[in-house]
Design a binder for this molecule. Structure first.
Ligand code: C2E
Ligand code: CA
Ligand code: CA
Length: 660
């Protein structure tokens, strides 16, 4: 109990309450001293004629000077915001301790004046003590420790003095005053308890508020950060792009937006699994973050796509993008595996390539998508050539919206030959679109447009019906190859329809091969495998088209249920070099080991044919034998025997002896 009282009296613990007490005291205590100064001056004045000068002027002057000094000290004391709990506690203790001698001095002075003057003067002294002590208690309402001390130090000598003085009226008055001050102390303690509770709840509210603010700023930070890589995320990237664009529009300064896309990430992810893929992405993020500067910000846009904002040195924006791509071609060591990725990029500059967030981003994306179709590892700048391409794509898209596919689309056929006997083994159906407004459009162009616009299902259905109708008129021993796009192979609707068309017709499904590119399979590997399994269950064959032009992931060759591989025609061009020949030969060996048929595409010269024969290729396709042609032309050539139509690509070279 005593210990608790001492702790309370010495202002220990609860630092926030001490600081609040200091604040209140700083507001009230100058009033307390002002009250003391005025009241003491009044008593001194009324006793001037009766009491000795050393008491009314000397002692009173001294007390008033000390009070003035204390008043000034408090008036210039540091504000509550500038002090901490230790200073507050020290000041409160000092003030409380100082109150005792000051009270003793004042009360002794007032009691010394009692004996001078008449009953009125005596009453004035009693009033002075009573009013002053009540005033002081009020001023010390937030520091009950000091209020209690003041009451005790003033009231004790006052009561004792009056008891022994023998005047019953003054004793009764002293008792009254003691009673009033006692009650006031009780009220003051109650009100202080309320004050302390208020401060405590304010402190806990402030703590809750600070925690809520911390959480909300943490949430805001997380909302703008990519969790996997720690880089700024897509939302942050676009907000930043928007703000840079706004400020650069005002200053007219240039800047560049870039989109980076990892090469070969998908096959790695498919082969090693998603956890491994995530680790790899985190390592990519760390490498990119090491290159990020104030003038070159890097963000993860999603998947294996990253965005860059180049704010300086815009003439070299493409080189900066290329350097970042090169950085990602250095091998990564993940879980003891050495992984070699690569990166392609597209960069668009403001204001040259566009003046809106949308335009700039789309154009850098377009430059990326275009450069990626030419080969991996390159960063391209959006140029006038891209602009022309975009225009022609838009024209194709517009024409496609109004096209009547059944009348405007048709198929041509390019035969596939046996290199030994030169017999036709099959035909590849190649889609053709002749738009009434734009004329003939290349298949890769209209296929891409159809994929973008969602017309692929309708186009594939129309072309396949057309191909089967033509195929029905072809010799029974040859096969039909038909190309499926990335959209087709993952669309259950399209696969259902193709199966339905085959089942309704008379053609043996074993004679049909669907050709799929690696890129098409990579979009959604699981869905593609499911479709392939359904088609193969009917006896349909599956060929991996353009093998070697993409990532040539060997894992696809043995993980996919395949029947054939079509070697991309780009390999033929390298056949003059021994290394090129070795690769072509190695692919053939691989296919033979895996029990897959191997067809080489793009044979254009008889020299190439000769070399391919020597390597061991038994199936080939190319302009040397025949270009794609309509049904009638195919049937006519077939009937006549191929040799009659044969046109070698390079004039002057000896014609081949072809056996149909
Ligand atoms: P692809 O499936 O690799 O088809 C072979 C392409 O190579 C054809 O181009 C063909 O004309 C061309 N070609 C054949 N032999 C030679 C040669 O000796 N030298 C050269 N330089 N080229 C040769 P085409 O018809 O322009 O088709 C281009 C691509 O468009 C096709 O490549 C295929 O991916 C796609 N495609 C064509 N028709 C269809 C279709 O009906 N559906 C789908 N989804 N894609 C199609
Ligand atoms: Ca093909
Ligand atoms: Ca091909």
């Amino acid at each position: 109990m005593l210990r608790r009282f001492y702790t309370w009296l010495s202002f220990a613990g609860e630092p926030d309450i001490r600081v609040a007490q200091y604040g209140e005291l700083k507001r009230q205590i100058p009033l307390l001293y002002a009250l003391l100064i005025l009241n003491a001056s009044a008593v001194s004045y009324t006793h001037f004629a009766y009491a000795p000068g050393w008491l009314t002027l000397g002692v009173a002057g001294l007390l008033i000077t000390v009070s003035c000094w204390r008043l000034l000290i408090w008036a210039f004391a540091p504000p509550v915001v500038a002090i901490d709990a230790t200073v507050a506690r020290r000041t409160l203790r000092r003030t409380t301790i100082l109150a005792a001698p000051l009270c003793v001095a004042f009360v002794s002075w007032s009691l010394a004046l009692y004996q001078y003057g008449g009953p009125l003067e005596q009453a004035h002294v009693a009033l002075f003590i009573a009013v002053t002590v009540i005033g002081c208690i009020f001023c010390l309402i937030s520091v009950p420790q000091a209020a209690l001390l003041v009451t005790v130090t003033v009231m004790s000598p006052y009561l004792v003095y009056n008891f022994f003085h023998g005047n019953a009226v003054f004793t009764a008055m002293a008792l009254n005053i003691a009673l009033v001050t006692g009650v006031m102390i009780r009220v003051l303690l109650n009100s202080f308890a309320g004050f302390a509770t208020l401060i405590r709840s304010q402190v806990s509210l402030a703590a809750e508020q600070a925690e809520a603010e911390r959480l909300s700023s943490e949430n805001a930070r997380l909302a703008l950060t990519d969790v996997l890589t720690g880089l700024p995320n897509r939302r942050h990237f676009f907000a930043q792009l928007d703000s840079v664009l706004r400020s650069r529009k005002m200053t007219g300064e240039r800047f560049a937006v870039g989109v980076l896309d990892l090469d070969r990430f998908k096959p790695v992810n498919d082969t090693y699994g998603h956890v491994f893929g995530d680790r790899l992405l985190a390592a990519v993020g760390a490498r990119l973050a090491s290159r990020a500067t104030d003038a070159c910000e890097v963000a993860r846009l999603g998947g294996d796509e990253f965005g860059i904002l180049i704010l300086d040195d815009i003439d070299r924006a493409r080189e900066i993008g290329q350097r970042i791509c090169d950085l990602l071609t250095e091998p990564f060591d993940i879980e003891g595996q050495r992984i070699v990725l690569g990166c392609s990029g597209g960069v668009a500059t403001f204001p040259d390539a566009g003046s809106s967030v949308h335009q700039l981003f789309d154009r850098s994306d377009y430059a990326l998508y275009h450069v990626k179709s030419l080969g991996p590892g390159v960063c391209a700048l959006f140029s006038a050539e891209h602009e022309t391409l975009i225009r022609s794509e838009r024209a194709i898209e517009a024409a496609m919206h109004t096209a009547d596919f059944d009348t405007e689309l048709h198929v041509q056929f390019q035969p596939i030959f046996c290199t030994e006997t030169m017999a036709v083994l099959g035909v590849e159906a190649l889609g053709r679109w002749t738009s009434p407004t734009l004329g003939a459009i290349k298949p890769d162009q209209f296929i891409m447009a159809a994929e973008r616009l969602g017309f692929m299902h309708a186009i594939t259905a129309s072309l396949f019906r057309n191909a089967l109708a033509c195929f029905a008129r072809m010799p029974e021993h040859i096969g039909l190859s038909f190309n499926l796009s990335a959209r087709d192979i993952v669309s259950t609707d399209t696969i259902d329809l193709l199966i339905e068309i085959i089942e309704r017709g008379d053609i043996d499904p074993k004679r049909i091969t669907f050709e799929l590119t690696e890129t098409a399979l990579m979009r959604d590997f699981e869905a593609a495998v499911a479709s392939i399994k359904r088609l193969r269950a009917l006896g349909i064959r599956i060929a991996l088209d353009d093998f070697g032009s993409g990532y040539s992931s060997l894992s696809y060759l043995h993980r996919l249920p395949l029947d054939k591989v079509k070697v991309d025609r780009s390999f033929i061009a390298d056949m003059d070099e021994a290394s090129g020949r070795n690769i072509i030969s190695a692919i053939l060996g691989l296919c033979q080991t895996l029990g897959l048929d191997c067809i080489i595409e793009g044979v254009e010269t008889d020299g190439q044919l000769q070399q391919l024969r020597d390597i061991g290729y038994r199936m080939a396709q190319g302009y040397l034998f025949a270009r794609p042609m309509g049904l009638e032309a195919f049937l006519k050539s077939f009937d006549r025997g191929w040799a009659a139509d044969f046109r070698p690509m390079s004039p002057g070279k000896p014609k081949l002896q072809i056996v149909a």
